[in-house]
Design a protein around this ligand. Structure first.
Ligand code: HEC
Ligand code: HEC
Length: 329
């Protein structure tokens, strides 16, 4: 009897453990439990939980003797290589930067920059391989980034929650906007988006004074909103921009030219084709000219050539193209 109990009991414990574990992991999968981003506490403790959890910072960083990852700098005080914990280190780095560039730059700016634009400053001795933590698969929200920043600053720095949360500096605010735009666009990475834009769009569109002139200038495009922008890419004909209607011209010899009417003078017109070629047609040679509202000169299969990630990246990049204040124009 005793023998049976000692054998069955551990078995039952294991079974019970497995059930509990399955229940627990399913809750995690369907977003149950307390770890939804809405519940993030913007505090060092909230940030610490993210650091060792969802943020996956611990896969590359350690904090002093906590953790064992060495791909990124240690965030604690550790050996000769890391005489200062991250908060105090940020104060030092920010001071150096402010002196070198003669501009204001705070410790919080330094931490937020390393999260928002990891490539902007690469710590000596390390590769530029810090993860973009607000892009997939980590996809931290702005709140979570603020919490993690608070945790970093609490490691030997002066923790100033106003500078992190309610009254950020101009520099930090700019990085926050970038992260928010990326999150709004499904967590894309605007840096990668800039590359996708150059490869697929710059031939036709101007951005900040550079690029082609077939399509509209996209310099302030974020003002038109995410929905409009994404529709313009997926179904260009559905939202034809005024002044960029597609013309179909047939001349007396039956030749057809399709494109935008970019000049219309007494005796002739110019049609700019999708490839940028400009065709001049004498008006007396035109047999028929009409606009086609069902077609855009912008190709409608661009999205097919892109991965979902490219698409999210480019959206977050375009959401950052803010109209310039009047004075700067
Ligand atoms: C894929 C690996 C990886 C992940 C994940 C990662 N980092 Fe990093 N991180 C690095 C590397 C490598 C560097 C050094 C190069 C650089 O400065 O970009 C770095 C640099 C930093 C710095 C500047 C350190 C210094 O000494 O100035 C901070 C702050 C930082 N990371 C915070 C974080 C936080 C917070 C997370 C999680 C939300 C995180 N990192 C996730 C690899 C990573
Ligand atoms: C062959 C030239 C061409 C290419 C390549 C092209 N576009 Fe366009 N795009 C146009 C033209 C022409 C219009 C105006 C007609 C329309 O609204 O469809 C336009 C309109 C737009 C608009 C609406 C602009 C506004 O102010 O209303 C957006 C946004 C846009 N394109 C984004 C993109 C992106 C992003 C890419 C790359 C993935 C791209 N385009 C590639 C020609 C092009």
């Amino acid at each position: 009897m005793n023998v049976v109990v000692t054998r069955v009991f551990p078995f039952l414990l294991v079974v019970l453990g497995v059930y509990l574990w399955i229940g627990y992991s399913v809750t995690q999968l369907i977003g149950g439990g307390k770890r939804t981003s809405a519940a993030v506490d913007i505090s060092p403790e909230g940030g610490e939980a993210i650091y060792w959890g969802k943020g996956r910072c611990f896969t590359c960083h350690s904090v002093g003797g906590q953790g064992s990852a060495v791909r990124g700098p240690n965030h604690g005080q550790f050996g000769e290589k890391f005489p200062l914990p991250m908060g105090a280190r940020a104060v030092e780095r920010a001071k150096e930067r402010a002196e070198k560039e003669g501009t204001k730059f705070t410790a919080v700016d330094y931490i937020v920059e390393s999260l928002a634009s990891p490539g902007a400053y690469v710590v000596k001795g390390y590769k530029n391989e810090m993860a973009v933590v607000y892009a997939p698969p980590i996809s931290l929200s702005l709140k979570e980034i603020k919490a993690v920043t608070a945790y970093m600053m609490s490691l030997g720095g002066d923790l100033d929650m106003e500078a992190i949360d309610t009254a950020p500096s101009e520099v930090t605010q700019k990085f926050y906007s970038k992260i928010k735009a990326a999150a709004a666009a499904g967590g894309g990475d605007p840096g990668e988006g800039a590359v996708v834009f150059e490869d697929n769009c710059l031939d036709c569109h101007t951005l900040n004074g550079e690029g082609g002139e077939v399509g509209p200038d996209l310099s302030g495009i974020s003002a038109k909103g995410l929905k409009f922008i994404s529709e313009s890419i997926l179904r260009p004909a559905k939202s034809l921009t005024k002044g960029f209607e597609t013309y179909v011209v047939i001349d007396k010899e039956g030749r057809q030219t399709i494109g935008l009417k970019t000049r219309d003078e007494a005796g002739e017109i110019d049609i700019t084709k999708a490839n940028g070629d400009v065709v001049t047609i004498l008006k007396e040679n035109i047999k028929q000219i009409k606009t086609d509202e069902t077609k855009s000169v912008m190709p409608d299969d661009l999205a097919e050539a892109m991965t979902v990630k490219d698409y999210q990246d480019i959206l977050s990049f375009l959401m950052l193209q803010k109209p310039k204040p009047k004075a700067e124009q």
